[in-house]
Structure formats: structure tokens, C-alpha cells
Design a protein around this ligand. Structure first.
Ligand code: ZN
Length: 162
């Protein structure tokens, strides 16, 4: 039976809860999520616990923040004017790539929108959160050449591009 190793695409159903048992995300009720194993498509702590699993396996994975979305920084959110977003609609939880004066790119997250101010933080919304994944492996297949080239899984048999 095909097991999950590098260069395989796994289709998984997952439900993610925090330590309080609140559901944060789930694939159940829609299509299973495909991901390319070994490519950093999913958080490292989950990827490592799915290694070697096969179709039909069920995995309960507890992922500490350091293997998930990182620890919380102590940096307070920074306000930027909403006008900086132009026509796009800033919403809490959305990621944003910004560039500093020297051209370095940095990933920020929108914490909240307060009137004409948008609060930004370097912390992922799930930074500092222990992630409890309830996973079922729906299928495992070889990655296609284009998936390997792109570094991510494509839906279906992996041949058509999104
Ligand atoms: Zn692609």
C-alpha cells in the first residue's frame, strides 16, 4: 500500500480544534484537502506525524506552536491607514506581504480593522495556539511532474492546473 512519503500527494480530511475544543477549521463537508508531502504545504508538526501513513489511517496529531504557526511575538500590532489598501477590503485574519525600505519582504497579518485604521501583526492568527488535528487519510498517490515543479498539490488527479 502506498504510504505518505516525500513526493506523494495525500488527500486528507481534517478537523482542527484548539485546546478549548473549539473548532478552528475543517475540511469535512467539502472535498478532502490535497497536499504535497515534504514540500511544507502544511505545518511541520502535522506533516511529520502523517509521514508513513496510508489510505484509511486516522491520525490524531497534537502540534505545539513551535511546530505549528510559531510562538506569539511580543510585538504590539501596528496601525496603518485603511487608505493604504486602496480598493481592497481589509479583513481580520487575512495575510499581507509588505516590503520594507530595503526591499525585504515580510509576511504580516490583519488583526482587526478599527474604523479608518488597520491593525497589522507579524503573528499568524494561530501563533501560540496548540493545534489538535483529527485527520483521516482519504487517498495517497504519486505527485505529478507539474505538482513537483510547483511545489504544491493540484486537485483531482493532479494533471490539470488551477
Ligand atoms: Zn500549481
Amino acid at each position: 500500500m502506498t504510504t505518505i512519503t516525500a513526493k506523494k500527494v495525500a488527500l486528507i480530511h481534517y478537523t482542527l480544534t484548539n485546546d478549548a475544543g473549539e473548532e478552528l477549521d475543517t475540511s469535512r463537508g467539502s472535498d478532502p484537502m490535497p497536499y504535497l508531502h515534504g514540500a511544507g504545504n502544511i505545518v511541520p508538526g502535522l506533516e511529520s506525524q502523517l509521514e508513513g501513513k496510508s489510505k484509511g489511517d486516522k491520525v490524531k496529531a497534537v502540534v505545539k506552536p513551535e511546530d505549528g504557526y510559531g510562538d506569539k511575538s511580543d510585538l504590539p500590532p501596528q496601525a496603518v491607514p485603511r487608505s493604504a489598501f486602496g480598493d481592497s477590503e481589509p479583513r481580520a485574519g487575512l495575510p499581507l506581504v509588505v516590503e520594507d525600505e530595503s526591499g525585504n519582504q515580510m509576511q504580516l497579518w490583519i488583526v482587526e480593522v478599527l474604523g479608518d485604521k488597520v491593525m497589522l501583526s507579524p503573528d499568524h492568527p494561530l501563533a501560540g495556539v496548540t493545534l489538535n488535528f483529527d485527520v483521516e487519510i482519504v487517498d495517497v498517490r504519486d505527485a505529478t511532474d507539474s505538482e513537483l515543479e510547483h511545489g504544491h498539490a493540484h486537485p483531482g488527479d493532479g494533471h490539470h492546473h488551477h
